[in-house]
Design a protein around this ligand. Sequence first.
Ligand SMILES: [Ca+2]
Ligand SMILES: [Ca+2]
Length: 369
Amino acid sequence: MSVPRPSDPLYGRQWNLQSIQMPAAWAQLPVGRSWGSPVTVAVLDTGYVSSPELNGRVVNGYDFVSNPARSGDGDGRDQDASANGQYAYHGEVIANLIAAAHDGRGMAGLNPQARIVHVRVAGTDGLIEVQDLVDGLKWAAGIPVPGVPANPNPARLLNLSLYADFIPLTRCDPRVQAAVDAVTARGTLVIAGAANDGADAAGYSPAGCRNVLTVTSVTQSGQRPGYANWGRSVALGAPGGEQGQGILASSLSGVNGERSPEGTSFAAPHATGVASLLLMVRPRLTPAQLRDLLTRTVTPYTAGCDSDPARTCGAGLLNASAALRAALASTLGAATPAAGVKTSPAPVRPAPAPIRPPAARPPAGNTSR
Ligand SMILES: [Ca+2]
Ligand SMILES: [Ca+2]
């Protein structure tokens, strides 16, 4: 079997794609045509960046940052989710990891056929209020939110490389849990980064909530980096990098158009990208079925991910090839189109004007590591 090798110049340094067996996953998909049903992924994060890696596949969703003192755009909530401030690259990198084009430029994303909706929930300080997160979660999945126009591009997957600030880090916040349960009931899977405090992820929202697929970081050698949260609420591990060996991605504001950040923020989108491939080939998979496929096909950690067995990193390391093979071998979640009916993708709302370039500075708090 020929293994596709993207011609994108950064591809040779994207070690994380090898770690999760991405080339062998792509090899199972048709070349030069659609991989299946269209899949929309919402990135709840710092907001919209007009990435050339996502040309025609990215939507400027909605700005849920309600506090004008933290929004950086002079007002509260509005229809322009454009990122601004020093962390603007955060959501951009996450979207690119999931869906960057295989176009001979920049990086290669996990699913170059996925569509991205940016939902802005983080202020320019990188922090997130519970109510903004709760409303953003619902809206992203297509649930009505008072005072906000309906989302014309509801997502089946929500990537949350973040947690709610301004609340104690002692348990899943019941407001966040209720929102997660509501979107799960609509068939949408919430995927979260475990956060970067080297602590038990159970105290974080959404990482510690039920029905969330929580992802922590592992290094290239399959170990938990010291920053990465751990514990029973972690479902699996994915490459999140470490100092000096980050997760390479295209970024408009990065030096030479690239960045190599590390953090669980950049582990979670690996699971999201693979889940989006599973939904393309098996569009009726439920959140529970997606979770099962992703966790039972992992590559086991050779000697645990940490010398302390309590600091678990979940079932193992994400394995894109094995997950896709398992999905394709099963009829679970298969589409049942009516004979002669050709499905076509829903229109993507046109993206508005590009944002002002963010300052390139190292991130600080939150999962914005
Ligand atoms: Ca605003
Ligand atoms: Ca590219």
